[in-house]
Design a protein around this ligand. Structure first.
Ligand SMILES: [Zn+2]
Ligand SMILES: [Zn+2]
Ligand SMILES: [Zn+2]
Ligand SMILES: [Zn+2]
Ligand SMILES: [Zn+2]
Length: 356
């Protein structure tokens, strides 16, 4: 029995106190001595293995980069961590000796061709577009007269408003032309002012933009970066599940907590069952550099009456260290409640049928 396991007398006292608190009104209460006590020794442990990972990769950054603060290595796998170097939580970043160089960016001068206008400084646009009023479909009612006329005038009209037909600028027939295009079917494009070109906003009409790789400096520092990372891998050990009826209530129970570092021995008073559940998970894994374990233990005493009674009790230490009992309805109790409910329903049905 672990040191803080409650004695039978303590368990009975806790059940008595619980029944007194909720007012034991159910008549046939069994004497507390009638309870059969079962002790459940709960163990909930979390083990964190810190697994080391080493990798190197080429890096580059714009302009001149100060790498003087990074520790140097020759061969990453041979690098020995210093007393103040710990990759726990965040990676340790290193620089391969002799790998840093300042060189020109492949853009040449810090600028690259503008992708939006392909270096032309403008976007192309149609100088004319279909009339917004007639869509270019019915520009003039006398369109047959346009046979020998030029298709477009030297100066396309600005788009007009919908309304009455006007004199056609092509065939000069009165009241025949669409007011939007005056008989031409097409109007000048306002986007480009009929010039066919729109200045590129992306590059401000320069045809080039700042190079994103070197941020305009024209130079890049390249180097080989080494990274040492400790990735936490978690193991959880729960050899015995909490009794389902008081599962949430045990969150606030007074668990005995112990925190073990990698070289700490298991607690002396650990039961053989708990010890054999924990030991396999405490074996070092490949590339393990450190390990911690948090062990939570709690004894829960389940008290069932040996006669047919409808309540059972769970006794365990609360967060204040004092024993407390939680009352739950027993299997028999639930069966009886269902029976009572069923009888009540039958009586109600009989009454309803008689009235009808
Ligand atoms: Zn016309
Ligand atoms: Zn028109
Ligand atoms: Zn245009
Ligand atoms: Zn451009
Ligand atoms: Zn560049």
């Amino acid at each position: 029995m672990a040191t803080d396991d409650p004695t039978d007398d303590e368990v009975h006292a806790a059940i008595d106190a619980c029944r007194a608190r909720i007012g034991f009104r159910r008549g046939s209460a069994p004497p507390v001595g009638d309870f059969r006590l079962t002790r459940l020794h709960l163990l909930e442990a979390t083990i964190t293995h810190h697994i080391e990972n080493r990798e190197q990769k080429p890096r580059h950054a714009p302009g001149i980069v100060d790498l003087s603060a990074l520790p140097l290595y020759d061969n990453l796998k041979d690098y020995k961590l210093g007393p103040h170097e710990s990759p726990r939580g965040r990676p340790l970043v290193l620089l391969q000796r002799g790998s840093a160089h300042l060189g020109p960016c492949n853009c040449g001068n810090g600028r690259r061709q503008c992708a939006r206008c392909a270096g032309r400084t403008y976007w192309t646009c149609e100088p004319a577009k279909a009339c917004p009023v007639c869509s270019g479909v019915s520009p003039c009612t006398q369109y047959v007269l346009h046979g020998n006329l030029p298709g477009t005038p030297s100066k396309l009209p600005k788009p007009g408003q919908p309304g009455e037909r006007v004199t056609c600028q092509g065939c000069q027939t009165a009241d025949s032309a669409c007011p939007g295009c005056r008989g031409w079917g097409r109007v000048r494009c306002d986007d480009c002012g009929a010039s066919g070109r729109i200045a590129c906003e992306e590059c401000g009409r320069k045809g080039t933009v700042e190079c994103g790789t070197c941020t305009g400096s024209g130079h890049l520092t390249t180097w080989t970066e080494g990274r040492i990372t400790w990735v936490p891998e978690l193991d959880s050990v729960v050899p015995v599940q909490r009794p389902s009826r008081i599962k949430p209530a045990l969150d606030s129970a007074g668990w005995r907590k112990e925190f073990l570092k990698a070289d700490d021995p298991l607690p002396d008073d650990l039961s053989p069952a708990h010890r054999s559940a924990l030991e396999p998970c405490l074996r070092p894994r490949d590339n393990e550099q450190d390990r911690e374990a948090t062990i939570n233990r709690l004894t829960v005493v389940e008290a069932r009456s040996s006669g047919s009674h409808h309540y059972q009790y769970y006794v365990f230490r609360g967060s204040d260290g004092r024993l407390k009992a939680e009352e739950r309805i027993s299997k028999d109790g639930r069966r009886m409640l269902w029976a009572v409910a069923a009888i009540a329903a039958l009586i109600l049905l009989a009454v309803l049928l008689t009235v009808a």
